[in-house]
Design a protein around this ligand. Structure first.
Ligand code: FE2
Ligand code: FE2
Length: 231
């Protein structure tokens, strides 16, 4: 995927190299960028990544409705959404952060959150299979077999809405409780470095640009269109 961003990073830049363990990281000299904004915490980082993924779920649901109506759909825009979910959601957020760093720590600690990990991993895997199906169906630039694709888009959105909500309210909170303030800061620095080395820049800002472009292409970019009608 090609990220296009004219944004200046809003976050602080960390100069220390990524160490093998968060606990082994030395104190990093942090500087603020030109806007003087502090870096975001590790949990805030994870939750705003969910915000990007939730906006893609909205795209999926809206595309499913278009497919069911029989109207024509911009399949290339849907394929672009699927690409962004894969690179930002699957390859970065799920694999590099949750499956490598958060879930193993929870499994060692035990408790309610640890009991969710097997299901969360199964949902990551099911999501990857569905996302690959969506991409494959959109590859030709026009969508064939509209009903199975619509059903998969809705099923994916339903699953991932629950998935992200449980992670936000149970999993990330349990993970955070296990660490001291210093450890959390060190992990936040480590996440920042992973993000920058993965995306060669501010991955969140880049993903935000991408999802905004997809929404505009599909005419979903006006928030007010989602305001519910009066009862
Ligand atoms: Fe997850
Ligand atoms: Fe997540």
């Amino acid at each position: 995927m090609v990220f296009v961003s004219n944004n200046v990073s809003r976050r602080a830049v960390f100069s220390c190299a990524l160490a093998g363990s968060a606990m082994a990281l030395p104190a990093c000299a942090k500087r603020e960028d030109s806007e003087g904004e502090e870096g975001v915490s590790a949990v805030e980082d994870l939750m705003r990544e969910h915000g990007i993924l939730r906006r893609l779920l909205i795209v999926y649901r809206e595309c499913a409705a278009v497919l069911r109506s029989g109207a024509s759909l911009d399949a290339a825009a849907l394929a672009q959404a699927s690409d962004l979910f894969r690179t930002f959601g699957e390859d970065y957020h799920e694999r590099q952060l949750e499956e490598t760093r958060i879930f193993p720590a929870l499994m060692r600690a035990g408790g309610e959150a640890a009991g969710l990990v097997d299901t969360l991993i199964a949902q990551h895997q099911r999501g990857r299979a569905i996302n690959a199906f969506i991409k494959e169906r959109c590859a030709s630039g026009r969508v064939a077999d509209q009903r199975p694709l619509a059903a998969s888009l809705d099923a994916f959105a339903r699953m991932y809405e629950a998935h992200a909500a449980y992670e936000d309210t149970i999993v990330f909170q349990a993970w955070k409780r296990r660490m001291s303030a210093d450890q959390l800061r060190e992990v936040g620095d480590q996440f920042e470095d992973i993000e920058r080395s993965t995306f060669h820049g501010d991955g969140f800002d880049m993903a935000l640009d991408q999802v905004s472009q997809i929404e505009q292409r599909l005419r979903l970019h006006d928030l007010s269109r989602f305001t519910a009608p009066a009862p």
